[in-house]
Write a protein that binds this ligand. Structure first.
Ligand code: IVH
Length: 661
């Protein structure tokens, strides 16, 4: 077991730190699996820092409070050049002219302090109030970029390392979209998502959300290095991720250059920063400068102003989504902000309207920070018109008039009239034809809206009778014969879509693509699934109470059963096909593939389905992070060369199937 731990840690280091994997991921997983089996059998020998911890599994009900050995202070903020010049002057008065600065990005996440003893991670604690925070070690251990074990010369036997946990914007957008699709509350920005994740009780959930961390400071009992810059180089060599953008500079003028450079560049990196941190490099000089009650005198942050503008709130409208969630939207007098014209801003939910105490015609401040969608941050009360009308969140659905309801534990209001409320019906059919569901060719969201307005479709099942209505279809503007044929063929082809896609397409609350796949493969067919009890559903891997209740409720509705019967009679798939290899497992979860070349008896699209169906992901190009290049015959030489250069393992069709056995 010890040997396995050591070997796996070495591979993790090679992969994440050196970006030079020396083992195929598949082999790595095999070894990890072997270690997990041994740990189960001999728990008394299990290493608490075992690499198996990365997949999570432990549930924390309440986090233990831990006192920080070194307080986690905050930084003084500056917003303009003069403040920074004053900071520079204060330092010069105290220590003279002979010093350097380190400029760093100010990552917009949450800070973490991790203690290592004898090269092992022993504790990870949130900032809390600065003197004490929450012990979130099990959750932090799931973050793949953070080492649990270190090796190398000269590593202090005890140290605390500090960094910022964050989520990449792309991951945030993807996961937030999934949340919205499931009718759950979306997070406002990547920082909130990361913070919410670190404090989750189920570390297995944490492991699924891609968090990342940049480290930026080190605390030790004995002075370890002479400068901050040296420390950064050292922690990097021990395997911690350190930003490549930090810079050692000789004077405040260079600090301004750095700030100017990142003013625009910050939008080009894949994660949010909200400013720059400037630190005096020498530890001796840091000591001389000392601290105020709250922050060090040797460091300061320069915050970029969130781009902000004033405009008029013309009206609040309400959007009803396919799940029935009613979302308020602020319609604004168009205004230029950060290079784009802003006409609308999100208001999230009823609480947000209350918080802002919005009145129609208000002058509002709109901000575009790291977030993509602009946000109203405040109302300019001085400009409020006398007699203006307060915005009141409706009590009934703006589309169909049904009284709105609120589910326990959710902030959103819902229209419960899911079978007759127009945007819900349209939204459900749009969801059904969508790429992740039935992926129907020749049919788009707008067409569905038109069909609904013309009375051609009211239910998902109506799509499959459209071929009988060609006369009506021909009357639709800009819908030529070729488009109609194309669409009808797409609809016909969709009858072959596997069961799990149909199930996902039905749009059952909380049943996303992954859950649909789990359910399909656990129950094998609709008959069994529709009769399953809550207990039976919960027994399925990853299905919890909330999802189980939602499923049972769905099948209790006779309209749903009638729809399913109709779809069945039209020939859609309601069973897992016997001979299918697709969507059978999670064996490739977390693995990335590029497919190239020609394969024996199977098309690239089919291989793509197999990979995705087993949880893998297809990437468009080769990079150092790619796990496998699935190589067929006649592959382009440049791809081959790039893969070799980046050490990306090549696998054959046979090896892929071997992985799936
Ligand atoms: S150094 C004495 N460096 O900003 C404080 N902090 O406002 C030492 N932060 O709590 C912190 N990027 O969460 C430092 N490159 C960076 C940072 C950084 C983000 C955060 C950190 C800290 C807060 C202080």
């Amino acid at each position: 077991m010890e040997a396995l731990v050591e070997e796996l840690n070495q591979h993790t280091y090679n992969y994440y730190v050196l970006a030079m994997p020396t083992i195929a991921d598949y082999e790595f997983d095999k070894k990890l699996e072997q270690l997990a089996t041994l740990e189960k059998e001999f728990p008394e020998f299990a290493d608490p820092n075992s690499p198996t911890q990365r997949v999570g599994g432990e549930i924390t009900k309440t986090f233990k409070t831990v006192k920080h050995k070194w307080a986690m202070l905050s930084l003084g903020n500056t917003y303009n050049e003069q403040d920074l010049r004053d900071f520079d002057e204060r330092i010069k008065r105290s220590i003279g002219d002979n010093f350097e600065y380190v400029c760093e990005l100010k990552f917009d996440g949450l800070s973490i302090s991790i203690t290592f003893e004898n090269n092992k991670m022993v504790r990870a604690v949130t900032r809390g109030d600065g003197t004490q925070g929450d012990d979130v070690t099990t959750n932090i251990k799931t973050i793949s970029n953070i080492p649990h074990h270190l090796n190398g010369p000269d590593i202090p036997s005890v140290f605390e390392i500090r960094g910022e946990i964050f989520m990449h914007r792309a991951a945030f957008e993807r996961l937030n979209r999934e949340k919205e699709e499931l009718g759950e509350m979306a997070y406002a920005n990547p920082r909130n998502f990361a913070a919410g994740t670190v404090k989750m009780q189920d570390s297995r959930e944490v492991a699924k959300r891609p968090l990342d961390c940049f480290f930026y400071s080190l605390n030790t009992d004995k002075l370890f290095a002479n400068t901050h810059w040296e420390s950064l180089q050292a922690i990097k060599s021990w395997g911690f991720q350190v930003s490549e953008h930090s810079k050692l500079v000789p004077s405040i003028e260079n600090v301004f250059d750095f700030i100017k450079h990142w003013e625009n560049e910050r939008f080009k990196i894949g994660y949010d920063i909200d400013g720059i941190v400037i630190k005096v490099n020498s530890y001796a000089q840091q000591q001389e400068l000392g601290f105020t009650a709250k922050s060090p005198r040797w460091a300061i942050s320069y915050k970029y102003k969130a781009q902000e503008v004033e405009t008029i709130l013309q009206k609040v409208t309400y959007q009803v989504g396919r799940t029935g969630a009613v979302t308020p939207v602020a319609n604004l007098k168009p205004v230029l902000l950060a290079g784009t014209t802003v006409k609308r801003a999100t208001l999230h939910n009823a609480n947000e309207i209350e918080r802002l105490d919005l009145h129609e015609g208000d002058t509002v401040f709109v901000e575009k920070g790291g977030e993509i969608i602009p946000k109203i941050i405040n109302v300019n009360l001085e400009k409020r018109q006398p007699g203006s009308i307060k915005v009141i969140y409706p009590t009934s659905c703006p589309e169909c008039g049904t009284a709105l309801v609120r589910f326990t534990g959710e902030v959103a209001y819902y229209c419960p009239n899911d079978e007759a409320c127009p945007p819900q019906i349209v939204g459900k059919i749009q969801h059904f034809i969508g790429r992740k569901a039935m992926d129907i060719n020749g049919l788009g969201d707008e067409t569905i809206e038109t069909f609904y307005k013309q009375g051609l479709v009211k239910h998902i099942s109506d799509l499959y009778t459209l071929h009988k209505k060609s006369d009506l279809l021909k009357q639709i503007e800009r819908f030529g014969e070729r488009s109609i044929d194309n669409m009808l063929k797409g609809i016909e082809d969709s009858k072959q879509m596997p069961f799990e896609r149909v199930l996902f397409g039905l749009g059952i609350r909380y049943v996303g693509a992954t859950v649909a796949r789990k359910l399909a493969y656990a129950t094998k067919n609709m008959e069994k699934l529709s009769h399953a009890s809550i207990e039976e559903l919960i027994a399925i891997d990853e299905i919890g109470q909330r999802i189980a209740e939602s499923i049972v409720e769905y099948f209790n509705n006779p309209i749903h059963i009638q729809q399913i019967d109709l779809l069945k009679s039209y020939g859609l798939q309601f069973e897992v096909a016997e001979n299918t290899i697709t969507l059978q497992s999670d064996k490739l979860t977390g693995k990335t593939f590029v497919i190239s070349g020609v394969f024996d008896g199977v098309s690239r699209d089919e291989l793509k389905d197999i990979i995705e169906g087993n949880g893998g992901k297809i990437l468009s190009g080769i990079s150092a992070k790619l796990n496998y290049l699935l190589a067929g015959d006649n592959m382009g030489p440049s791809k081959l060369e790039k893969a070799k250069k980046l050490n990306v393992p090549l696998i054959s069709q046979g090896e892929l199937l071997e992985m799936l056995k």
